[in-house]
Design a protein around this ligand. Structure first.
Ligand code: AMP
Length: 396
């Protein structure tokens, strides 16, 4: 059975085609610069990578281009579009009602349209990507997989903010959490490695956007991102959690409006804001190694905040069985992983620094010290596969 996974953004449409008999992605690519000048990349294992300019004015033209590539005699991997059994669509936000992955019918789309205010950047393009796919593939199942749904079982004490309750009732202001599909995937893998589905696990998704989640018995009980992905640990350009009064104070002292203050905290903060070098962790690490004090400070702040959140989740869960690192930084930055795990032996977290420094990239690795009470794993995330799996399960 072949499942197509689609992740539609405002100017891009990423895709992967999975063969669910072998659990492998057999083609993947990205239509970029939709509505501008259009570039498509397409990769299939065993075939040369393909990249070309292609005019796609909208998501519909982009998905038509994808289907043409997938069925192309030389570049493609399927004989006809009919071989695609279902499409899984990634949505960042499922609001409070879409609590699990779901077949997308009129009611689900109406609800998603009603909550675009909560998710103005990702919501509208994801809906438009779905509509385009539905138009060109009307007779198969389309499933929505929501980053927020992993957090649907959190208790009120974890998701209600201590602000006037009416703000929750009237505007649905609460912690939603994001990156849920990634945390769900790596937490399930860690539970499998531990051989304990009731395990207490802290998963650190550290990439350009970063979040940390606490999982017990396969369910998320808390997470660092909140009403938006701005909360939690510092990121490439986002500040993460700060005293909320900083926002209104910036507005006053810089004489700027809400949008400008928001841009400062979302686009000019984090690694970029502190280091003044880059939002990319590799650039910041290189600058720090070359003696740039602010770059070093940016990394120290990142490690300090990651540790703080891990510690608070261990306290919430009354223990921890595994700590997991994933995403661009978590999977690749050995020094950062070592810095996070340093001086955590009191919690039972001890890393084998040699294994951590030499484990191959792109593979699952157990980097815990021999005899450590807590297992520390590096687990490459695979959100697209998780989306394909949910789509398969809802299609069968
Ligand atoms: P992601 O958003 O998951 O793609 O992660 C992007 C982040 O991962 C960027 O900050 C990159 O600098 C970081 N990253 C990717 N590869 C490496 C690497 N080899 N070493 C350190 N950081 C890396």
């Amino acid at each position: 059975m072949k499942i197509l996974v689609v992740n539609a953004g405002s100017s891009s449409l990423k895709y992967q085609l999975f063969d669910m008999d072998t659990n492998a992605a057999i083609a993947k690519g990205n239509c970029e610069r939709i509505g501008i000048d259009g570039v498509v990349t397409h990769k299939c294992p065993g075939k040369p990578d393909y990249k070309t300019e292609a005019a796609f004015p909208d998501h519909r033209a982009a998905i038509e281009c994808v289907l043409k590539l997938l069925t192309d005699k030389e570049l493609g991997v399927i004989g006809s579009v009919d071989e695609i059994s279902a499409v899984g669509h990634r949505f960042a936000h499922g609001g409070e009602k879409l609590r699990a992955s779901a077949a997308l019918g009129a009611d689900e789309i109406k609800y998603l349209e009603s909550i675009v205010g909560l998710n103005p950047l990702h919501g509208p393009p994801a809906i438009s990507g779905f509509k385009a796919c539905k138009e060109v593939m009307p007779n198969i199942n389309h499933v929505g997989v929501f980053d927020t749904s992993y957090y649907s079982d959190m208790e009120e004490k974890a998701y209600i903010y201590p602000i006037p309750y009416e703000l929750y009732e009237d505007y649905r202001i609460r912690r939603y959490g994001f990156h849920g599909t990634s945390h769900r995937y790596v937490a399930a893998k860690a539970a499998e490695l531990l051989g304990n589905k009731n395990a207490k696990i802290v998963t650190c998704h550290l990439g350009n956007g970063s979040s940390i989640t606490a999982t017990v018995n396969g369910k998320a009980i808390d997470t660092s991102m909140g009403f938006t992905p701005q909360d939690g640990v510092p990121m490439g350009t986002r500040s993460g959690a700060i005293d909320p009064t900083v926002v209104t104070y910036i507005q006053k002292v810089k004489n700027v409006g809400a949008e400008e203050a928001d841009a400062i905290l979302n686009k000019k903060s984090g690694l970029l804001g502190v280091s003044g070098v880059s939002s990319d962790c590799r650039d910041v690490s290189e600058a720090a190694e070359n003696g740039n004090a602010r770059a070093k400070l940016a990394l120290d702040i990142l490690v300090h905040n990651i540790k703080k959140i891990i510690g608070s989740y261990v306290a919430e869960m009354n223990g921890v069985d595994a700590l997991v690192f994933t995403a661009g930084i978590g999977e690749n930055d050995r020094e950062l992983r070592a810095a996070v795990c340093k001086d955590m032996s009191w919690l039972g977290i001890e890393m084998d620094e040699n294994v951590n420094a030499t484990c191959p990239r792109g593979e699952i690795a157990d980097v815990s010290a021999k005899g450590a009470k807590v297992k520390t794993y590096v687990i490459p995330t695979n959100e697209e596969y998780m989306i394909a799996l949910d789509t398969l399960n809802l299609t069968k």
